[in-house]
Design a protein around this ligand. Structure first.
Ligand code: TNX
Length: 589
């Protein structure tokens, strides 16, 4: 007997159809509500598109993986099957992802003739203006190029099309599509909803090529699953680098075959005396591959020559006194260092960097270099010069905290600014010698700082960082003597002395991570606090629906009614501990 029962997908389709028909049409998300703000937005109020149960995604073979991911984001909430096809027949799919070698960035005359004034072509309705200094994209008259990461999105009543020159561009466009659907799209179970997207065109590409966040997995260890979820959070907001702070005094988190005790012994501790942990080579490969699929590059950091107590516990011959220090689970900084006068130290550095480089497809190796207070300036510079050469020998490019500045230049090297006063002659001089800068100013981008005095976790040594403070600065002009052309991008570091769970990571990330993401992605002329805060407000219901913890900051005009559970607040108490300031000379506690 033939199987005549309808498939589950069909049943879901019918049910969703019926339910959606009974719903009042929701106001579609506004086309200019995207975070980070797109470069150009041309709304077409007559062009709203409704995603229906019979929709399919049509894609070029090279965009297949992005289409599969987009379908995967939309299926749970819609309950629609959303098959992905590679057919050339436009009738076969109403969501189209196209890779075009040129990238047709300029909106068609049709769209402009539809009556959109030129001023509205700028994102969020801000006035069109000359590209400011610091805008890496403009100023060359090459407005049509979507570049490595740009995309164009066209929404009409007939369908949705994403065009890009690279899969990364398609991916960013797909994240925009996700944001333009109702917040209920974040549900993990089918929801009765009219899946309307606002009509019009978005043409978008990033201001800076490097946009990232750092997770300190050394002070507290975070397992692979947590890290993968962090990658998803970055990808939502078009951040394209995940910096993993893999080693510190309190723990060594990556297996190194040639020095096995680093992880086995050095990985067994963390702040507060918890069990710690470390990534096997396969764990790390899994993180890297998961990130790569989401167009996120992993930047591994091996912090040297300071912040190395865990390594010294495992291998006392690296210690200046050749005796193992006790394991450290406090939160002081600046007391430990590997012996710069011992050749075994350089064998260790070469082996570790070699193994980590071999596991890392991205171009960067982060050497740390911060707070080596006990190493005299001259031996510090000599150590860094050798370590930079060892990075170059692996084929990677050096990244390091801006304390590396006084050491000699290495080709392509990138310094990460974490100062709080925007002024450092050594850094400006290193930039004159050819270094580029990643901006992570401690008083704006450090997501381990509290939002307000009553924030239950975090620090305040760099000040309180509310959402507005995270948003109100310009990476292109932030450091005195550093021209915008030398700025590679931005990164929001999350140190984890007081952050112990994924929920706490999320609480510190949201809503500040999207603020920093916008500084890295959006053209400066879209920068506008009041518009940002209302755009980000609409993400509260998305986070709540997706089960993402966030800080319900009073600065943000959150919608009055939550569609699902209200935000949860982390319950972990703040550990009370001293935290040493920049430049201070700490001792062991
Ligand atoms: C300074 S920023 C540090 C870290 C701490 C952080 C806490 C930097 C390069 N070093 O070791 O975790 O402050 O906010």
């Amino acid at each position: 007997m033939p199987d005549v029962s309808p498939s589950a997908a069909e049943l879901a389709r019918v049910a969703a159809d019926r339910a959606a028909g009974q719903l009042a049409p929701p106001a579609p998300v506004r086309l200019d509500a995207v975070v980070p703000a797109p470069e150009r937005v041309l709304p077409d109020p007559g062009g709203d598109f409704t995603l229906t149960p019979d929709a399919a995604l049509r894609v070029d073979p090279a965009g297949r993986d992005v289409a599969d991911q987009l379908a995967g984001w939309l299926r749970p909430a819609t309950g629609f099957p959303l098959p992905v096809t590679e057919t050339a027949d436009p009738a076969e799919g109403r969501l189209t992802l196209t890779l075009s070698p040129t990238g047709a960035a300029t909106p068609t005359h049709d769209t402009r003739a539809a009556g959109t004034p030129a001023g509205e072509a700028r994102a969020a309705g801000t006035p069109a203006g000359d590209a400011p200094d610091g805008d890496a994209r403009d100023g060359d008259g090459d407005d049509d190029a979507l570049g490595d990461e740009g995309y164009r999105l066209d929404v009409t009543t007939a369908g949705v099309r994403i065009t890009a020159t690279t899969p990364a561009g398609l991916f960013h466009g797909a994240q925009t599509v996700r944001q333009l659907l109702p917040a209920a799209v974040e549900s993990t179970t089918p929801v009765a909803e009219r899946w309307v997207m606002p009509g019009g065109t978005i043409v978008d590409r990033p201001r800076f090529p490097y946009r990232g966040a750092m997770l300190d997995v050394a002070r507290h260890f975070f397992g692979v699953r947590d890290v993968l979820r962090v990658v998803d959070h970055l990808a939502r907001y078009k951040l394209n680098h995940l910096h993993l702070h893999l080693t510190d005094d309190q723990g060594w988190r990556i297996a190194v075959d040639s020095w096995p005790r680093l992880a086995e012994v050095g990985g067994a501790t963390e702040v507060g005396g918890g069990p710690g942990g470390w990534y096997t080579r396969d764990d790390y490969r899994r993180i890297v591959a998961y990130a790569a699929r989401r167009h996120v590059t992993v930047v591994p950091e091996i912090d040297l020559p300071g912040h190395t107590n865990a390594a010294l516990v495992a291998y006392p011959e690296l210690a200046p006194g050749k005796t193992a220090p006790p394991p450290y689970t406090g939160t002081e900084v600046g007391f430990s260092y590997v012996d710069p006068a011992d050749e075994r130290t350089y064998a260790f550095v070469a082996d570790v960097l070699g193994e980590v480089a071999a596991l890392t497809p991205g171009p960067w190796l982060h050497l740390g270099g911060d707070e080596a207070f006990k190493v005299p300036a001259e031996s510090y510079r000599a150590f860094v010069a050798r370590a930079q050469a060892l990075v170059a020998a692996t084929g990677k490019t050096v990244v390091g905290w801006h304390q590396l500045a006084p050491a000699e230049h290495a080709a392509g090297r990138v310094l990460q600014w974490w100062g709080t006063n925007g002024d450092d002659p050594d850094t400006a001089e290193a930039v004159r010698r050819g270094a580029r800068l990643i901006l992570s100013p401690g008083n704006h981008a450090y997501l381990d700082m509290k939002y307000a005095p009553d924030t239950p976790i975090g620090h305040d040594w760099a000040g309180l960082i509310d959402v507005r403070r995270a948003y109100e600065w310009d990476p292109g002009t932030h450091v005195r003597g550093v021209p915008a052309e030398a700025v590679l991008g931005v990164e929001a570091p999350l140190w984890t002395e007081s952050v112990t769970t994924l929920a706490e990571v999320e609480y510190m990330f949201f809503p500040r991570l999207p603020a920093v993401a916008e500084l890295g992605w959006s053209p400066r002329e879209t920068h506008d606090w009041s518009r940002f805060r209302s755009r980000v407000a609409a993400h509260g219901p998305r986070w709540a629906t997706a089960g993402i913890t966030f800080h319900p900051s009073p600065e943000i005009p959150w919608p009055a009614l939550w569609p699902s559970t209200p935000p949860q607040i982390p319950t972990q108490p703040t550990p009370h501990h001293p935290l040493t300031r920049e430049g201070a000379q700490p001792g062991r506690s």
